[in-house]
Write a protein that binds this ligand. Structure first.
Ligand code: GUN
Ligand code: ZN
Length: 495
């Protein structure tokens, strides 16, 4: 891996970074969305993608250019930037997607990398093999070997200043993905797309998308720029960023518009069935759904304007994700998105299965932690607090209580208890994440997490005599408190 990527800010495994693209002479801020531009059909002019939508980078397909007589020579002559009218960074794909769709393409990695260099691509792609999900292991392994050879061919090619993608494949086998990530990281290639995600993305299998991304990330260098190939639905951007992806590309804005579909942050609607627009982008502000349906081409084109709305919501969500990383509330945004669609909830739950991995890059301090659902109880901050508890000094006789400290008592110390974190010395009350905003009506998941905090403290201090005063915890939370801790239900004591 060469060094073109700088990480500026972290939240969970998400980050704001800067990808230097030397051949284009630009630095692209990540997370970045690369609109897919079909070289034959410019649904939205690339110049407008930059000026009106803020796209700093786009992606097009060198294989389509190479196999279309009408445009090949023009692109070779003018160069890709002039041909498209875009002076930002341009990534090109290799035909691998066509390989996956049609089973065969007539180009090698060596030839297509050379072609990408000649047309002026800024980030090229070798001919990797996008092994679909759910295949047998033998096929996934065999195709991964082919992808590894493609990466070796790309390393051997003359690329000059052009960056090169090192796609990470492995189908739905996490160990193969991890191995593929480790292998890709050891090459001198530059950008690391997680590949063959389109079938999972199209069927909203976000839990498996998260598993594949996390597996690839375990193999990749933590500083590697990671692209989620084919992902760009606004609903899942926050989730994918929180899992550690930096670059996205999407044809969804244009493909969906062709089918009359309207993207939102909680799913996809059909223009045909809409009575109101929930959005205030220039398209939605100027039209009602009925008006947009009835455009006749003179005042604009339904498909084109729908594509523009789709881009507006997608870039808007990307800005929201970046702002959330800056404030440190990205997981709260993911939680909000997870309420919009059950498939997203599966994605969030899977992400939180990896809270220990997220914890490594999660900042120690940020804006207040908001407890917004029982998934909040599994956030990395809760785990970190539990780990920290085992390292705090404790006296011989300790009272942990959810109520205010009793004015007279015969304990050596009285600590606060706050679900989902559990116990802590009062002196830590003003430090992150214990400043958390938690609802008055705490749920069972938060109480269980707090009980686990009590257990962590008790396990680390077997000699300490511990009493816990809790505010009417659910039985499974009380059961999670170790036997030797004496418990009192404050509600029964009337406190
Ligand atoms: N576009 C979407 N998925 C893929 C992939 O796995 N490889 C390549 N090269 N392009 C893609
Ligand atoms: Zn809109």
């Amino acid at each position: 891996m060469r060094d073109h990527f700088e990480i500026r800010d972290h939240d969970a495994a998400g980050r704001i970074g800067r990808l230097e693209v030397p051949r284009a002479g630009v630095t692209v801020e990540t997370p970045a969305l690369l609109p897919v531009v079909n070289p034959n059909v410019l649904t939205v002019e690339p110049r407008r993608l930059a000026e009106e939508f803020g796209a700093e980078m786009l992606i097009t397909n060198s294989y389509i250019i190479r196999s279309t007589d009408r445009i090949r020579d023009r692109v070779l002559e003018e160069g890709l930037h002039d041909f498209l009218g875009f002076d930002g960074a341009i990534m090109t794909d290799s035909g691998s997607f066509q390989l996956a769709e049609y089973g065969d393409i007539d180009v090698t990695t060596e030839e297509i990398i050379e072609f990408q260099r000649r047309i002026g691509s800024d980030v090229a792609t070798p001919v990797d093999v996008p092994t679909p999900p759910d295949v047998d292991r033998e096929r996934a392994e065999r195709e991964l070997e082919t992808t590894k050879r493609a990466l070796a061919d790309a390393e051997a090619a003359e690329t000059g200043e052009m960056l090169v993608n090192a796609p990470v494949q492995g189908s739905t086998f996490p160990d193969l993905r991890e191995g593929a990530g480790r292998h890709a990281s050891a090459t001198d290639l530059d950008v690391f797309p997680v590949g063959a995600m389109v079938p999972l993305l199209n069927s909203y299998r976000y839990a498996e998308v998260v598993e594949a991304v996390r597996a690839a990330k375990r193999g990749l260098d933590p500083d590697a720029p990671v692209h989620l190939f084919g992902a760009g639905h606004p609903m899942m951007l926050a989730l994918a960023v929180a899992a550690g992806c930096d670059l996205f590309d999407s044809a969804a804005y244009a493909l969906m518009a062709r089918d009359g579909r309207y993207l939102t942050v909680s799913g996809t609607e059909h223009l045909e069935e809409m009575e109101y627009f929930p959005c205030s982008c220039p398209v939605c502000a100027a039209h009602t759904p009925a008006e947009l349906r009835e455009l006749d081409g003179n005042d604009g084109d339904t498909e084109q304007l729908l594509a523009e709305h789709n881009l507006h919501v997608t870039f808007e969500e990307l800005r929201r994700v970046k702002a959330a990383i800056r404030s440190g509330n990205l997981l709260q945004l993911v939680d909000r998105r997870a309420r919009g669609h059950p498939a997203m909830l599966d994605g969030l739950r899977t992400l939180l299965d990896h809270a220990d991995e997220l914890e490594r890059t999660d900042p120690a301090s940020k804006d207040a932690f908001f407890y917004t659902s029982h998934e909040s109880a599994r956030r990395p901050e809760v785990r970190r607090h539990h780990d920290r508890l085992s390292r705090l000094a404790v006296p011989d006789r300790l009272l942990l209580t959810e109520s205010d400290a009793p004015s007279n008592h015969d304990y050596d110390a009285v600590w606060r208890v706050k679900p989902p974190f559990g116990p802590f010395p009062r002196a830590l009350s003003e430090t992150y994440p214990l400043t958390a905003e938690v609802p008055e009506r705490v749920d069972g998941a938060a109480q269980v997490a707090a009980a686990e905090g009590v257990a962590s403290l008790a396990d680390a201090n077997p000699e300490t005599e511990i009493t816990l005063g809790h505010d009417d915890w659910v039985p499974r939370a009380v059961d999670a408190v170790p036997e030797r801790v004496e418990t009192e239900n404050l509600r029964h004591l009337g406190r």
